[in-house]
Design a protein around this ligand. Structure first.
Ligand SMILES: [Zn+2]
Length: 315
């Protein structure tokens, strides 16, 4: 997740929240980069979301006749009349990437996108089993911009918003899982949420005897950008308490083999859910807090370059 290759192909995907590792550069990288690429939100906090007939989750901009004006996964206004209103949800889980943006890819070709989605689904199931309402931002393999992801969390007034990713570009071998979680600068709640997710995920993954990799400053940390949080997925939610979780390094072949397994995806999802539950129900402080070493914050897309295309799924 270090910044490199600021522009080029990586940048083309960055708007969509592309590529863990390798394209932080473009910024939106990792489904979490800087957000000059996105327009400001038209979604107000607490307006609610709708799950459309096709299962896509969309935040509400306003009521319209028998239906709603909503914001699509590409952030465009659209009018819909069908769907299940979801006025509130305690937790919103955000599976990173999707559509033209597969995220990081292992040497064997395993993409981050479906792994993130599977883990998020397990986390949602575990939260619901514990009596906590949860909503996914992305429910299939389609393009999704960063603003709509944050808008869903804002629309349902989530108490916790967690973006789920798998990492790339480690510093080197590690004796323990190289899990990283990021919190919102200046938010003690976000910091606690990130520390609890870190604690649970590392404990859960440590049972596997794997040749782990990681960054020298792996842990629960922040990343400073030019305008506050470097990662848009932490900046765009505003007052919504948010965390970004990089669960394991999918570009490390032994870890890719591990996270390709459904049982391990379930272990990861349940660990994320336990962290969120402890955030909601205890005063536990979390652990693993580290001071990040300085990383450059590359600019967003070069001036004048067109935004990458975003194609909405059928609603
Ligand atoms: Zn990612």
């Amino acid at each position: 997740m270090k910044a490199r290759a600021p522009f080029a192909a990586a940048a083309a995907l960055s708007l969509l929240g592309a590529a863990c590792g390798g394209s932080d550069g473009g910024g939106a990288a990792l489904g979490r980069g800087p957000a000059t690429t996105t327009t400001s939100s038209t979604v107000l906090v607490g307006q609610g979301a709708v799950v459309t007939r096709s299962g896509v989750v969309v935040p509400v901009i306003s009521r319209a006749g028998n239906g709603w004006v909503v914001s699509t996964p590409c952030g465009r206004p659209a009018e819909i009349t069908d769907g299940t209103p979801t006025p509130a949800a305690a937790v919103v889980l955000d599976p990173g990437h999707g559509g033209k943006d597969p995220g990081a890819v292992s040497p064997s070709g395993l993409q981050e996108e479906p792994v993130n989605l599977a883990v998020a689904r397990y986390a949602k199931g575990a939260l619901e089993a514990a009596g906590v309402s949860a909503l996914l931002t992305r429910t299939g393999d389609y393009d999704m911009d960063l603003q709509p992801r944050a808008d869903i969390a804002r629309a349902v007034r989530a108490q916790a918003f967690v973006s789920i990713h798998h990492n790339a570009d480690p510093d080197g071998p590690s004796l323990r899982p190289g899990t990283e979680t990021y919190y919102q600068i200046g938010s003690t709640r976000s910091k606690r949420l990130s520390g609890l997710i870190y604690e649970e995920v590392v404990a859960a993954l440590s049972r596997y005897p794997v040749a782990w990799v990681g960054d020298r400053d792996a842990g629960a940390k922040y990343r400073q950008g030019a305008r506050g949080d470097y990662y848009a997925v932490l900046r765009l939610p505003g007052q919504i308490v948010s965390a970004l979780a990089e669960l394991a390094f999918i570009t490390n072949p032994p870890e890719a083999e591990l996270v390709a397994r459904a049982d391990v995806q379930q272990v990861e999802g349940e660990a994320v859910a336990r962290g969120v539950l402890r955030y909601l129900r205890t005063e536990d402080p979390g652990s693993g807090f580290t001071e990040p070493y300085p990383r450059p914050s590359p600019p967003d897309r070069p001036p004048g370059s067109p935004p990458p295309p975003c194609t909405d799924p059928p609603l």
